[in-house]
Structures are given as C-alpha cells and as structure tokens.
Design a protein around this ligand. Structure first.
Ligand code: UD1
Length: 363
C-alpha cells in the first residue's frame, strides 16, 4: 500500500468520482476519497469495496475547509489531487449563481491553498465542455474560444484560469484540465452508476427511468435543429472511459512536468433519437416520447475533437453508444431507486468503520 501513489479524490463518492476511484485502484493508485455527500450516498463506499476487493478510504467534509484539506493531504501524504467536488446543475446555477461561485471557485481556492502549504503540486481538474458555449462549428477542439453561457459554465472557466495563473506564477505546479463532454453509462458490474436525485435533468438517466417504468415518457426538446434527424447531437462518453482519462491525466502529471488542457469525448455525435433507439435495443423495452419545444440554452450540435487527449495522454474512449446504454440499463435495472433503499453504509458502525479506514466527519 505504501508504494502506491496516494491521490486525493474530492467528490470521490459521486457519479464520476466513484468510477474514477475504481479506475485508480485498478491502475495501482491509492485514492483518498473526500466527499460531503451533498449529492452522493455513503452507500457507494461499500459497493466500491465489493468491486475492488480493497478497503476504501473516505473522509467526510467540505473542501472549503482549507485547514481540514491541508491536514488530509499531510496525513495521507498525497502526491496529487483530482478535484471533482462541485455543483453541476446549469439551471440551478442561473437561479443561484453565488452558490455556484462560492462552492466551485471557493472550493478550488481552498484545495489549491492547502496543496501549496504541503508542497503537493499536481492537480487534475474536472472541467466541462460547457465552457465553449455555443461553438462556431463542430468538432470542437481546445483552441476554440471559451464563451460560457451559465454561471455554472463560468465558474468552471474561472477555475481553469485560476489554475493557469498559479501554474504561470509557480513553475513547479502541474495542472491537468479535463473538459468533459457528456458522461453517461455505469460500471459494467451494475454496482455503481448515476443516481440523480429527483427528476433527472440529463437525457440518459431520464430515458433509463422511462424504460424501467418510473416515468411515462421522454420529452424530446426540439426536433427542428439543423441536424440529420432534427434533434440535438451530443458527444456521449462512457463514464468508465472518462474515469480512465483521469488515471491517464494523473499519471502524466506525476511523470512529467508541465500542464495541459484537453477535451475528453469520443469525437462522435449521437442525436437524442439516436440515444433513444440505442437504449431501446439495449433494454428490449420501448421508450415512449413526445416532441416538445427546444430547451432554453441548448445548442444544436456539440462534439469533441478528441485528438489532443490521444497525443498528450495516450487516452482514447473505447466504448460506443451501445455499451453506454447497455451499462446504464444494467445499473438502472439492478438499482431502480439508485442507492436509496439500500441500508446506508454505517459511517460509524464499528465493523464497517475499520474497513473504511479513517472516516472522519468535518462538517
Ligand atoms: C448538460 C449541461 C452541461 C453538462 C452536461 C453534463 C445544460 C444546458 N448543459 O449538457 O453543462 O456538462 O449536461 O452531462 O444543461 N434532452 C431531451 N430531453 C430531456 C433531456 C435532454 O431531449 O429530458 C436533450 C437535450 O436537449 C440535448 C440532449 O438531450 O440535446 C442532451 O441533454 P443533457 O443530457 O441534458 O446534456 P447537455 O444539455 O448536452
């Protein structure tokens, strides 16, 4: 264990964090998960232990608590941080922008200050392709101008700029910015997956809930876009491929000086109807839908030029839309209520506590 590089993984119990934790452990890293469980469930931790066959270290707290983060980095002797903790609902960010700036920007400042204090200088940052706004053309490469259209998107861009300023000011900092396209799907085991609270905002979890019978039909937002079938086109990316992108990024930062910003996507676009049909094939269920007007803020087409990630990180997505739908369906069927209903992992239960290592509660 002591030989494995320790990596602080903020937001480690979330959708992307949990899949990244598995990928890190499988690649020989020792992630130290941090989460405040504001948008995740402690039940995921037991699943992670079952999946990896290893104890999972998770600390509960808020990354805005800088002294606490500093203490964690010291105690676990972390060599790098993967910072995923953040809010991500576009609509909510429009209604409550300060909440987004405070948590997303404030959280990163706290983490970077803590890293600075303990001489930890490598950080992978979870950004989003949403920083590009409405692109002039597709595919989108990293030279495209950034024009964020929501406080959420802007908070991500501010974070990127802060990281760049720090890397410029202090040459020993190593920063890897990952601009995700649309992460979907679940671990093929069906043990971990996306568990959106309430009505899903995003397409794939909504379709999955219709297919399993929890919702009546999908509303397709717009069928008059200038795309082959009139519905919006996106670059869906299997979450296990995304997780491997984080492993490639942290590996590169630990091995080589320098910083990078890369898109993580497949490079292929799929329309809303294309996803729906693929999901029907994967599930054997029909997914009723109706066309409704466009959703405010949506763009017609959004997909990546993913070649820079291939050359900088040696990373390429390997799963297509069929596998994404198959695994999303497997997760949904096995966990129709997500992690809810499962006996919550006992954070302070005697037997489980020791298996979870140092599980502290800083809130
Ligand atoms: C959204 C966010 C983006 C975030 C991403 C994470 C917005 C404007 N953007 O992207 O910032 O990084 O999620 O995955 O919210 N659709 C329907 N019916 C639905 C839901 C979606 O037709 O019930 C359509 C949308 O119009 C779009 C496509 O499905 O064409 C994908 O939508 P969604 O999953 O919400 O992702 P994005 O809007 O691309």
């Amino acid at each position: 264990m002591s030989q494995q590089p320790r990596v602080l993984l903020t937001g480690g119990a979330g959708y992307i964090g949990s899949h990244t934790a598995v990928a890190l452990i499988e690649a020989g890293y020792a992630p130290v998960l941090v989460d405040d469980f504001s948008n995740s469930s402690p039940a995921v931790l037991k699943r992670l232990e079952q999946l990896t066959g290893q104890p999972v270290v998770c600390e509960r707290g808020d990354v805005q608590d800088r002294p606490w983060v500093e203490g964690l980095l010291r105690r676990h002797a972390c060599q790098a941080t993967i910072h995923l903790a953040g809010f991500k609902a576009v609509g909510e960010s429009v209604a409550q922008p300060l909440k987004y700036y405070r948590n997303n920007v404030g959280g990163l400042i706290s983490v970077m200050q803590a890293m600075q204090a303990v001489d930890c200088r490598a950080i992978v940052f979870s950004s989003s392709a949403t920083v590009y706004g409405d692109p002039a053309s597709v595919p989108i490469d990293e030279t495209f101008a950034c024009a964020p259209e929501s406080p959420y998107a802007h908070s991500k861009l501010v974070c990127e700029q802060m990281l760049a300023a720090q890397a410029k000011a202090q040459a020993d900092w190593r920063v890897g910015v990952l601009r995700y396209f649309n992460p979907v799907g679940a671990h093929p085991s069906g043990q971990i997956g996306e568990d959106p609270g309430g009505v899903p905002n995003n397409l794939m979890p909504y379709i999955a809930q219709v297919a399993v019978g929890q919702r009546e039909k999908l509303q397709v937002f717009g069928n008059d876009y200038p795309t082959p079938d009139g519905t919006g086109v996106r670059d869906y990316l299997h979450v296990t491929d995304l997780a491997l992108g984080h492993v490639a990024a942290v590996k590169r930062l630990l091995q080589c000086p320098g910083s990078f910003t890369v898109n993580l996507g497949t490079g292929a676009g799929t329309s809303v109807l294309g996803v729906l049909r693929a999901f029907e094939r994967a599930s054997g269920r029909s997914v009723p839908f109706e066309f409704v007007p466009r959703r405010a803020g949506d763009v017609a087409q959004y997909f990546a030029d993913a070649s820079l990630a291939a050359s900088v990180l040696g990373w390429r997505a390997s799963h297509g839309i069929e596998a994404m739908c198959r695994d999303a369906w497997h997760w949904q069927q096995r966990n129709p209520l997500g992690y809810a209903g499962e006996v919550a992992h006992e954070l302070r239960g005697s037997g489980e506590k020791s298996r979870l290592g140092s599980f502290s509660d800083a809130i």
